[in-house]
Design a protein around this ligand. Structure first.
Ligand SMILES: C[S@@+](CC[C@H](N)C(=O)[O-])C[C@H]1O[C@@H](n2cnc3c(N)ncnc32)[C@H](O)[C@@H]1O
Length: 420
């Protein structure tokens, strides 16, 4: 789920405002067929506040105000295309909307907390969604795994106004569509994904959490890929069942995209340090995500490094790692040799450490044929890595790391360990 129109930034208490969202798939394409002709998604929304002034996260529930939502009610003469469906969410359309109002818990005293607030929009209930998956199941076609799961969205900051409610804002019509607001109205465009320790996919955000800003316009590195969501669940299992793989270890998130996995390691585990790597031109997004979650930098050293696969000099700046997490890095066969070289440069081998390193790769089949895949794994073996596909080895000591989502999504989890 993504934001379709910005939100009004300065809101009065007890007034209704409109929020407009839309559904996209993993590669950002608008999802329409999945919900037509009669699919329905009911949304929920809650109010979050940063726990401290220095960092966006951890975000926690706002205990001083209530947020209520309802289906969109305002119908302007011009905006006939806007859905007023009687549903706070989506009805038979990938474009959805709802209205929200914020009310202080202790109304008369105006004791609500000052400062920025964030709306967390999440999926509460779905009906006949996704249609495509149902059709594919009937036709015995493999459906896209995460189609039935809608990643929640956090939007903000918004600011509560102390003034008399709604007397001047847009002539008092606060739930009008965004086009109806004066052009000078301050708007919020920023959205984030929020992940917490207890259950990433349920979005339980009451513990420490990580906020990730995606930059869809930046292309491949700018978003969180399905494989990263699966590896995040693998990481949770690692923390629970194999903490010694991480505790006190140098963990490296290879070609991290948004930095989600590296930041989550710093949040959930006690590594000695975390290195997050990307192509030089793609590290700005990771650095800004580190800043959003700057409370994590007090937990362990967190370094963002430029790394082009195969570049030994850049790899030596990163240093050898005990645990390498590589999500969705196999998608261009011309870089196979360079990628394997980076594994060699970065992974502690039997000579360099008493405990040789481990590499975990999340791989989602897309364009490669069997021959190309085989070429990559053969290269790894030629460079003295033992390879285990964990999804296929239920008796392996690491089989407990494979989350159900891996099977559902078709993401394969491979472990590489140096054989010499
Ligand atoms: C599909 S994205 C995966 C991003 C992230 N790991 C995730 O799963 O969300 C692949 C990443 O590999 C990086 N990449 C592509 N070619 C690379 C190269 N030759 N050297 C280093 N990184 C590269 C891209 O910048 C991109 O962020």
């Amino acid at each position: 789920m993504n934001l379709r129109s910005p939100l009004v930034q300065r809101v009065s208490i007890d007034q209704w405002y409109r929020a407009e969202v839309f559904l996209v798939n993993e590669i950002g394409l608008f999802k329409r067929a999945d919900i037509e002709p009669d699919g329905r998604v009911d949304l929920g929304c809650e109010l979050l506040v940063p726990a401290s002034a220095d960092s966006l996260t951890p975000l926690k529930q706002d205990t001083t105000c209530d947020l209520t939502i309802r289906p969109s009610t305002w119908a302007g003469a011009v905006e006939t295309s806007l859905p007023n469906t009687g549903v706070a969410g989506f009805l038979a359309s990938g474009k959805g909307s709802f209205e929200y109002t914020i009310t202080p818990k202790h109304h008369c005293q105006q004791t609500y907390q000052r400062g920025p607030r964030y709306l967390r929009i999440y999926c509460q209930h779905v009906e006949k969604f996704p249609q495509q998956q149902q059709q594919q199941q009937q036709q015995h076609v493999h459906a896209s795994p995460l189609d039935d799961w809608i990643l929640p969205l956090v939007i903000g900051p918004i600011e509560l106004l102390d003034d008399a409610p709604g007397t001047y804002l847009n002539g008092g019509v606060t739930n009008a569509s965004i086009e109806r607001w004066p052009p000078t109205t301050a708007m919020v465009h920023s959205s984030y994904r929020l992940f917490s320790s207890a259950d990433n996919l349920a979005g339980n955000h009451t513990n420490n959490n990580v906020a990730i800003h995606e930059s869809w316009e930046s292309g491949i590195p700018g978003k969180i890929w399905d494989s990263a969501l699966v590896m995040l669940q693998m990481l949770e299992r690692m923390v629970q069942y194999k903490p010694d793989y991480i505790t006190g270890k140098h963990v490296l998130d290879l070609s991290a995209g948004t930095g989600l996995i590296g930041l989550s390691v710093a949040k959930d585990a006690q590594p000695s340090r975390v290195t997050i790597t990307e192509l030089g031109e793609a590290t700005d997004l990771i650095k800004s995500n580190v800043s959003l979650n700057s409370y994590l930098t007090s937990k362990c050293p967190l370094v963002v490094q430029d790394l082009l696969w195969g570049d030994e000099k850049q790899a030596s700046v990163c240093g050898k790692a005990d645990l390498i997490l590589a999500s969705d890095v196999l998608y261009e066969s011309e870089f196979f040799e360079d990628l394997v070289k980076s594994f060699l440069h970065l992974c502690n081998n039997k000579n360099s450490s008493s405990v040789p390193g481990k590499i975990y790769i999340g791989y989602k089949r897309r364009g490669f044929d069997v021959e190309e895949e085989t070429r990559f794994w053969t290269l790894c073996r030629q460079h003295h890595f033992d390879i285990t596909l964990l999804n296929d080895h239920p008796s392996d000591e690491d089989a407990c790391l494979v989350p159900p989502l891996a099977t559902k999504s078709g993401v394969q989890l491979y472990r590489l360990t140096p054989s010499i």
